[in-house]
Every structure is written in C-alpha cells, then in structure tokens.
Ligand binder design. Structure first.
Ligand SMILES: [Zn+2]
Length: 82
C-alpha cells in the first residue's frame, strides 16, 4: 500500500540511471563514465534511445562524446597523413 502512495516522478533506478516523468515526456538521468557528471537525456533524442536500450552500459555526456569524436577524427587524420 505504501508503494502506491509513493507514485512520485521517480519510476525506475538501474545502476546510476534513473527515469523521471515530466509533462513533456520522460528523461533519463545518467552519470557520465568519463567526467562523472550527471547528465540528462530527453525522450525522443538519439541519446535517450541509446541509454534506454543499454541502461547498464557506459554512457557519456555530450561534451565527452564530442571530445571522443574529435579525438577519433584527429587520429584518423594523422593515420592518413603518415
Ligand atoms: Zn562527460
């Protein structure tokens, strides 16, 4: 009985990720495995689908993702030049 009265925004917690329900949709709160900062992904975005599909997986925030992509591109560039 107590559980039903606790129908707050918090829906589920899996690892470091929890889901919240807002009037404009769901959002996941996940912890970035690189910078350890919490970041939020919104329903309908690619990042949201990614976190939803693999909640136990390692996820990183937009900043870190951008840095990784940049680094990968730089490495590829270096490989092409040598
Ligand atoms: Zn990060």
């Amino acid at each position: 009985m107590a559980a039903t009265s606790m129908a707050l925004h918090l829906i589920a917690t899996t690892g470091g990720i929890f889901v919240q329900s807002y009037s404009d949709g769901f959002r996941f709160h996940a912890t970035c495995y690189i910078c350890k900062n919490e970041f939020i992904v919104f329903e309908g975005t690619q990042a949201y689908d990614y976190v939803k599909r693999d909640r136990q997986g390692m996820h990183c925030c937009e900043d870190c993702k951008y840095r990784i992509e940049l680094e990968a591109r730089l490495q590829l560039g270096r490989r092409l030049l040598t």
